[in-house]
Design a protein around this ligand. Structure first.
Ligand code: RTP
Ligand code: MG
Length: 141
């Protein structure tokens, strides 16, 4: 299986809950290595650009408001099958539907405040990583 990179964001609700370390421990236990990380408070423009694919959706404004409601922790995860593995650790978008033991089942409140983001495909992972991390700030093996 190929070694991949994926972009992960710990969203404002989970940062406010003080569970960054607990979420990082799950990445590490699953064999995903944190090869870049930075805490930031997204601007409205950054959040709008990041979720641009959802611009026409009815939840877009709420999503952007939520993503700029507090600081976020952004990281690049690296490992075998990292994109799917991270999505598996995250659980379903709606925490009510997320499998037991997933990040969203354990730390998220609602479909809006759902604790984490993870890239959904190699193409989006590449774009999202480039958006937040110049390659010289990624510390791979
Ligand atoms: P994310 O991009 O944040 O990792 O989440 P996802 O892939 O699981 O879900 P996606 O379809 O990409 O949606 C992005 C975020 O928009 C919010 N959402 N609300 N009210 C709704 O029906 C609805 N659908 C999506 C969620 O907060 C989701 O994480
Ligand atoms: Mg998504």
């Amino acid at each position: 299986m190929a070694v991949e990179r994926t972009l992960s964001i710990i969203k404002p609700d989970a940062v406010a809950k003080n569970v960054i370390g607990q979420i990082y421990a799950r990445f590490e236990a699953a064999g995903l290595k944190i090869v870049a990380a930075r805490m930031t408070h997204l601007s409205r423009l950054e959040a709008e650009n990041f979720y641009a694919v959802h611009r026409q959706r009815p939840f877009f404004n709420d999503l952007v408001e939520f993503m700029i409601s507090g600081p976020v922790m952004i990281q690049v995860l690296e490992g075998e099958n990292a994109i799917a593995k991270n999505r598996e650790l995250m659980g379903a978008t709606d925490p009510q539907k997320a499998d037991k033991g997933t990040i969203r089942a354990d730390f998220a409140e609602s479909i809006d405040a759902n604790a984490v983001h993870g890239s959904d495909a190699p193409e989006t992972a590449a774009v999202e990583i480039a958006c937040f991390f110049p390659s010289l700030n990624i510390y791979s093996r």
